[in-house]
Design a protein around this ligand. Structure first.
Ligand code: KIV
Length: 295
């Protein structure tokens, strides 16, 4: 992170697309990278206007916009539809598409084919996959096919059941070492960036000096090169459980409920529509219509 914690560094220049090299440069300069998720055209436009560096079409969409109980059920086709909508609303930030559970683990061929769909059909700049282990070879194969890959270690929600639930990872030295080894292996496989999710800040502090690619944290403390939050969490749109690392910057859900409630009340009290909300007709046309209806 920046050596001057209270000085905000400039957002990316408008119209100048964020690239892998500009992200690496931001790391080298100690300028924090801001990443958020987006799942549709309006949230992409908000990310664009707000000047974030990276937008992830996260498989968190499964829960935040599609209403599934976890990220596991979301399909490639569902993710592609959301990613294509985000692409239409985005010009400047780097666009990363999340490979959903079951779409890349089977073989290198499956991983490359799915990643290619995110690039060709949805217009993503890069893809993200979860875990170390066999995902390292999948990442290597996708990179070899010319597609930039972002890794993701620590709490990996696609395999949360095997990790003992949605809980922080790396709280013992042995598990922290595994997280570290996964991150180093993903970097060695060619990942341009790695997400650290829900690991103790102490673990992040110890791993960071060993990594050369930008690390984006979510519940991994302040030492990473950037931070990511889920759009619906930071804006207060999602009413599900919020992890302890979530900071709410707005209560958009509350505002939406108030707005819709006020509309329904106006309709029931015949306060809406008002004359200004309607269209008018010239009096002679109205007269003629009346005659036509009579005949
Ligand atoms: O799916 C997602 O939103 C993610 C972020 C939390 C990094 O993977």
């Amino acid at each position: 992170m920046s050596a001057q914690p209270n000085m905000a560094t400039a957002p990316p220049a408008k119209g100048k697309p964020v690239t892998l090299s500009s992200l690496a440069e931001r790391k080298a300069l100690g300028e924090p990278i801001a990443m958020i998720t987006a799942y549709d055209y309006p949230s992409a436009q908000v990310a664009e206007e707000a000047g974030v560096d990276v937008v992830l079409v996260g498989d968190s969409a499964a829960m935040t916009v599609l209403g599934y109980p976890s990220t596991v059920p979301v399909s490639v086709d569902e993710m592609l539809m959301l990613a294509a909508a985000v692409r239409r609303g985005l010009k400047t930030p780097l666009l990363v598409g999340d490979l959903p559970f079951g779409s890349y683990e089977v073989s290198d061929e499956q991983a490359v084919a799915t990643a290619q769909r995110f690039i060709k059909e949805a217009g993503c700049d890069a893809v993200k996959l979860e875990r170390g282990g066999s995902s390292v070879e999948r990442a290597r194969a996708i990179v070899a096919a010319g597609i930039p890959v972002m890794g993701h270690v620590g709490l990996t929600p696609q395999t949360a059941t095997a990790l003992g639930g949605y809980r922080s990872q790396g709280r013992t030295a042995e598990r922290a070492l595994e997280v570290c080894q996964d991150a180093l292996a993903l970097e060695e496989a060619g990942c341009f960036s790695i997400v650290f999710e829900a690991i103790p800040s102490d673990v992040t502090d110890l791993i960071m000096p060993r990594l050369h690619v930008p690390v984006i944290g979510i519940g991994a403390g302040p030492a990473t090169d950037g931070q990511v939050l889920v759009f619906h969490d930071l804006l207060g749109i999602y009413d599900g459980h919020a992890a302890r690392f979530v900071k709410r910057y707005a209560d958009v859900r509350g505002q939406m409920i108030d707005g819709v409630h006020a509309f329904a009340e106006d309709v029931r009290a015949r306060r809406y529509p008002e004359p200004d909300h309607g269209y008018t007709m010239a009096p002679d046309e109205r007269e003629r219509l009346n005659d036509l209806l009579k005949s």
